[in-house]
Design a protein around this ligand. Sequence first.
Ligand code: ATP
Ligand code: MG
Length: 424
Amino acid sequence: MTQTFQAVRGMNDLLPDSIHEWEFLEDTLRSWLSSYGYRQIRTPLLEPTGLFTRSIGEVTDIVEKEMYSFTDSLNGEALTLRPEATASSVRAVLEHNLLYPGPQRLWYIGPMFRHERPQKGRYRQFHQCGVEAMGYAGPDIDAELILMTARLWKLLDLPAVELQLNTIGAPEARLRHRARLIAHFEQHLDVLDEDAKRRLHSNPLRILDSKNPAMQALIEAAPQLAEDLDDASRLHFETLQQLLSHAGISFTLNHRLVRGLDYYNATVFEWVTQDLGAQGTICGGGRYDGLIPQLGGKPAPAAGFAMGLERLLALRQARNGVLPPPHPDVYLASNGEGVTAFALEVAERLRDHGSQVVFHAGGGSFKSQLKRADGSGAAVCIIVGEAESQAREVTCKPLRGQGEQETLSLEALLSRIPALTQVK
Ligand code: ATP
Ligand code: MG
């Protein structure tokens, strides 16, 4: 028996019947991003494993249990399929010295890989579009990042998404807070679950992220970072809030929002929706002023965000239904002795004039070809038989809307395209 293969669990094929949804989203993203002056960067899907462990942090979900890491058996290199693209972007910016002439507004789009339990809105290969503004200290750029996401939700006509906002302060403030958190949780070891116990001394901030219902009361009672906040972060955060209020962006302050990755500081934010069940975060971001020096660069502040495209699409569809698939303008049917050359010529000439043409390849009766033409959704079927071919004419049969079937010369056809394919 021949062996058959299936896609790796949690990794999806995106099939032609739904690809127009992705193309619509990608087109929207591209023009939205350039309207803010951001430029695209494309980095490899594989990076040295150390890039992620160093930047994301050893004691994080991603590094502890979600990375596709392996040793290249050909040369022994430790490699990882990127779980996110901020670290890759910073690596590339430093490697090519992009910050030398000044700050950079960058964006990326593409697949990310995380070994998670597959479920609705959570896959092992998924897609993110993200933005990285490097060399900007904010809070003006923080405000810009949030304003631009708010504009995207409008462009995509998404239902209400809520902005959650927090500041996690400077590293020193986090250290003070960290000590108080450990002291708090240590008094209640019996309530902590295994994950929390393990993180108690390595990454206690992450315990605040826990969704375990049994720990919620304890988490609610935990000391808040606001009390330890440094003055610079406080001022930065207040200014950001003023800028957002002035722009008419409403937000909820969520002191438990810490984001899962080590490199964040000061502003952190998430856009969340109730309409996608448990996987409700469609966008997350914040400042990462420490990451560039941590990866060996000259210190430079930075901020960014990443959006999960599967979740954006699901949300758009939940609100607006699926987009109608695109149709070709013309289906070209031909049959008879020696007609193929002329039929191909007609198709090429139509494309010269901007039409989208599906040429019926493989022959068959006109009846079966017309059936295909109908199914293609084309506006008209152009028919080339022996008589037409000899006279350099075609028969044009409207498939949708009104309009009479007519036979006309190739030149007349070309002069009346695209009007002929407009459905009345
Ligand atoms: P979550 O809390 O849902 O695990 P996260 O904090 O791990 O999210 P980020 O690393 O901030 O997510 O990634 C940004 C966005 O990418 C998320 O808000 C989400 O929309 C999307 N995303 C993250 N992981 C996945 C996944 N496994 N499948 C699909 N989308 C994902
Ligand atoms: Mg996650």
